[in-house]
Ligand binder design. Structure first.
Ligand code: PLP
Length: 398
């Protein structure tokens, strides 16, 4: 009999979206005449930019002839896309070596798989609340997790505590679920802490394209010294509507060098390269062709139109909470609005209250960590019509 990885038994039942669907299905069955609006989704609804569609077609056509057909590609991604990503960073004033960029099928895979290149006896620092993949992927390898509290008091932007030692630090900015964004000074505090503690920051920039204030860093590498202590993950899912198309990238600077226990110098870039070339055979050429169109001037302009649409939805949501005097976070440089449940309700109680009285579905904060117990997440990813209708209903209710 094989010994199974019993760490999996330590995972909390991932019941968040199952439970949401179950409660919504039950409600719809009992109230078939009511229109339920879902504003809890973390998935995009706008179609891909036409520029991307054309590039995808070109990729497909290339497969039809022996001269242009592509078989296995480089596991790290095609040069044309790695160069395009590097130029995109440059356009925001951040210099990244294309050789440090690894193209993937999305940020979930990479944020989950990065655990492969680190030992299991590291102390892992994870903010609460946050995207649950960081926690679960570490529990799967039996690692010790220390949580740092995001609270209304610190604006859901916890800062390093000199009394807590960490080896690996997860940071998500703009944050899912709170929509909070670290400023330059705050990120510098994390970089300084990581350099001092010889820790590595695992920075998830999946929502960087929602940042419109040029003063706010879109990348950890906008901070001096970060190349010696950080890995960055990014995704085209929310930037360009690739949730179903699948493409992302991870930047592992060659400057990230640590000593192995036998004294040898070890490059994390070389480790990640080895990990990817062993366990991953690259992102489809067709998808990479489509992704490269995102980084053209025209493609990016089209993507930004969609982002502006989601951000306008977010503004409509925020306006109602501001008017009602409900404490909320995010919604400005993020598709997420994170607000305090009214009248001391906990997040599941409020879920039921909203579903039963306004037929609006959101995401209970408890699904993102202990600190989310009394908070709730809505997103700007719905249609304009649904967002407006949902918020009219909520405004009347609250
Ligand atoms: N990181 C964060 C913070 C997310 O919220 C998500 C998706 O919701 C992902 C990563 C996953 O992105 P991808 O679709 O590229 O796997």
């Amino acid at each position: 009999m094989p010994k199974i990885n019993e760490n999996y038994l330590n995972l909390k039942e991932s019941y968040l979206f199952t439970e949401i669907n179950h409660r919504v299905a039950e409600y719809t069955k009992n109230h078939p005449d009511k229109k339920v609006i879902r504003l809890g989704i973390g998935d995009v609804t706008r179609p891909l930019a036409s520029n991307v569609i054309n590039a995808l077609h070109e990729g497909v056509d290339a497969m039809a002839s022996a001269q242009t057909f592509k078989g296995y590609g480089p596991e790290q991604g095609y040069e044309f896309l790695r160069d395009a990503v590097a130029k995109y960073y440059e356009s925001h004033g951040v210099s990244v070596d294309p050789g440090d960029i690894f193209i993937s099928d999305g940020a979930k895979s990479d944020t989950g798989n990065i655990t492969d290149i680190f030992g299991d006896d590291n102390v892992i620092l994870i903010p609460d609340p946050v995207y649950p993949v960081y926690v679960d992927s570490n529990i799967m390898c039996g690692r010790k997790i220390t949580y740092i509290s995001g609270t209304a008091e610190n604006g859901f932007l916890p800062l390093p505590d000199k009394n807590i030692h960490a080896d690996l630090i997860y940071i998500c900015s703009p944050n899912n679920p709170t929509g909070a964004v670290y400023n330059r000074e705050q990120l510098k505090a994390w970089v300084d802490y990581a350099l001092e503690n010889e820790a590595v920051i695992l920075f998830d920039a999946a929502y960087e394209a929602f940042i419109s204030d040029p003063e706010l860093p879109r990348s950890i590498f906008a901070i001096e010294g970060a190349k010696k202590c950080a890995i960055e993950f990014c995704s085209l899912s929310k930037t360009a509507g690739f949730t179903g198309t699948r493409c992302g990238y991870t930047i592992v600077p060659k400057e990230l060098v640590f000593k192995a226990s036998d004294g040898r110098e070890v490059s994390l870039n070389a480790f990640w390269n080895r990990r990817q070339t062993t366990k991953f055979n690259g992102t489809s050429y067709i998808i990479q062709k489509g992704a490269s169109a995102v980084f053209t001037e025209e493609g990016m302009a089209q993507c930004m139109e969609n982002i502006a649409y989601y951000k306008e939805n977010a503004r409509i949501i925020c306006d109602v909470f501001a008017k009602k005097g409900i404490r909320y976070f995010g919604g400005e440089h993020s598709p997420y609005i994170w607000f305090e449940c009214p009248n001391g309700m906990d997040s599941w109680e409020f879920f039921d209250y909203l579903l039963n009285n306004a037929q609006v579905v959101g995401t209970p904060g408890a699904g993102f960590g202990e600190n989310g117990q009394h908070f709730f997440r809505l997103t700007g990813f719905g249609t304009r019509e649904n967002t407006m209708e949902a918020m009219e209903r909520i405004e009347k209710l609250l």
